[in-house]
Design a binder for this molecule. Sequence first.
Ligand SMILES: [Zn+2]
Length: 423
Amino acid sequence: MVPMNLHLGAVVSPTAEQGFRWLERGALLVDGEGSIAAVGDAEPLIQAYPTANVIDHGSGLLLPGFVDAHVHFPQYLMAGSHGESLLTWLERYTFPAEIECADQAYAEALAGQFLDELARQGTTAAFIFGVSYQGAMEALVSELNRRQLAAVTGNVWMDRNGPAELLKTPADSAAISHHLIGLMGPDLRLGLLPRFVPSCSEEAMARCAEILAQHPEALLQSHLAETLAEQTWVAELHPEAADYTAGYESFGMLGSRSSFAHGVHLGDREWSALAASRSSLVHCPTANLFLGSGLFDLRRAREAGVSVGLGTDVGAGTSLCMLESLKACYQVQRLQGASISVEDLLSLATLGSAGVLGMADRIGSLEPGKRADFILLQPPEGSWLAQRWSRCDRLEEQVFAAIILGSAQDIAGTWIRGRRVSP
Ligand SMILES: [Zn+2]
């Protein structure tokens, strides 16, 4: 029998009952299958499991691994391309970067680099927007299987308004999506990914919705109401539609398995339609700030009853680090006169995003029965954050300071299914 590992440190995690756990001297018991067997105060667990292998992380904080609810793998190496608004930025930087993934050797190397970086940043699960090419997606799925990452991914659907090299007919996109389902291991779910309304003909939307209905394990993700110029374009393309959201709704694409990145510019009817259908939104604050798209209204989402996760949206996002996204999230709410608690912030980046992946039963919090996907937050000795922490009286202060001042260097370790994957 594989011995159990007992990780000691402060334990910080949301809980399924919408509560929050703050344990000054806590412990996380991980079984041989890579699941959490117990969480609690350190001493009682040390007594109860005398044969467990004790790993003492000292004053470090153990948190659930971050869940990035919206990130584009083919755009990993074009992030930080100089400022343009969304539509010109797509043409100038994004589409050429995605076309590079037609080169199989490039795509294979990129998949490895991208997933190594996620691990380094403490991200243990993600909803990954792919690219339209089958070969590149096979490479990504194969790497995800090997690393046992909990993830949703798929090929991007796009049959109009883009460079010919990226366009696929609805039949071709459907064939690739079906093919990918067959390659996915138990930790993966297929994402059906129409890029956004302007990229997909009615035939493509209808075919995509059909596959969503046929496969209860599949999820749908797209972009919605990111910028005003995009909204105007959608209205020109679909003068018959009530609004942008109707462009998905009319194909039966709203529902509890559907999520939409951004939702910065939504009307009253759209908020109601998203809430009534139990669709989720993914807030991507660093991308919204970078492209100057607008300020997401988190209070409005809460009032409307729409679930929200947090995404980096790299390449428009400016960091794969979820601490950076949390900082930007806090700042975006402050610019609208709102505040957000440390608990709310951490929940967004963990359990909230896990809900977007349809995996809140398996990931997103440190609780018995869940996957042992966790990180050790501990700034290097002598760093600014370490000095700041020396003046903190409470765990809550330490976590908030890490969100505002922290970076990847403060993620001292990342574990997936109980196995250390970084550094
Ligand atoms: Zn995006």
